[in-house]
Design a protein around this ligand. Structure first.
Ligand SMILES: Nc1nc2c(ncn2[C@@H]2O[C@H](COP(=O)(O)OP(=O)(O)O)[C@@H](O)[C@H]2O)c(=O)[nH]1
Ligand SMILES: [Mg+2]
Length: 218
């Protein structure tokens, strides 16, 4: 009984994920689903990306949080259109919620739409939102054991940003272990070491972003 209800929820999600995929394909909009623990640096990474890429890419952001619209405000302050979804307790965004806000940020006019998912490394990875690619952010203060503890999330990543490298002199973090553990579950993942705070390493991420955008418009 429980299993069939789960299947129903997932298939409704899949129905909307397909609608979103069709929307993004029709309007040639690159959609990226950004997943991390709370505080890993999703909003900071997006705000810096918006500021640094403002002359190159038109960006819109869908923000997911259990409560508050503070992240949407930060994104607007960085210069992009943003809409906040309050999930009111749910630990992930659904494709239907994303579908419901596409018009409000004029998603059809954007080069890239980022979806900042609710912060955790478990539930968001089970829900397809119709995105092209998944970005997982792991920050140094979280510890180097996260890829082995949450293999499903890292297995589903197209790109992993190892963020807060400006703190690596102060916090013990075995980067080689992290690279090996991600590679074990996902040998194809692109991994970039960045600091969204200082901007270090961000150019490689921007190159990846522009390449992805180019691929969907060809
Ligand atoms: N030192 C350092 N702090 C960062 C970096 N990126 C984000 N932060 C800080 O980490 C905290 C959480 O960042 P936020 O972007 O809100 O994380 P989110 O919950 O994943 O959206 C904030 O205090 C940021 O200023 C970074 O690269 N280096
Ligand atoms: Mg955030």
């Amino acid at each position: 009984m429980k299993l069939s209800l789960n299947q129903k929820i997932l298939s409704r999600n899949e129905e909307y994920a397909q609608k979103n995929r069709a929307f993004f394909a029709k309007h040639k909009v690159l959609c990226l689903n950004v997943i991390s623990s709370p505080g890993a640096g999703k909003t900071t990474t997006l705000a810096r990306t918006i500021r640094d890429m403002k002359d190159t890419l038109t960006i819109g952001v869908i923000e997911g949080d259990i409560k508050t619209d503070t992240d949407a405000q930060k994104i607007r302050a960085a210069g992009a259109e943003a809409v906040q979804i309050e999930t009111k307790g749910a630990c992930h965004l659904s494709a239907e919620q994303v579908h419901g806000v596409l018009k409000s940020i004029h998603a059809d006019t954007k080069d890239v739409v980022f979806i900042e998912n609710v912060g955790n490394l478990v539930c968001p990875s089970a829900f397809d939102l119709g995105e092209h690619k998944r970005v997982v952010i792991l920050s140094i203060p979280e510890g180097d054991d996260k890829p082995v503890k949450y293999p499903g999330t890292f297995a589903g990543a197209d790109v992993v940003l190892v963020n807060k490298i400006d703190l690596s002199d102060y916090i013990e973090f075995n980067l080689q272990r992290v690279l090996a553990d991600i590679c074990a579950v996902n040998p194809d993942a692109q991994i970039y070491q960045v600091s969204a705070a200082t901007g270090e390493g961000m150019d490689a991420w921007y190159d990846w972003l522009c390449q992805q955008r180019q691929q969907i418009t060809e």
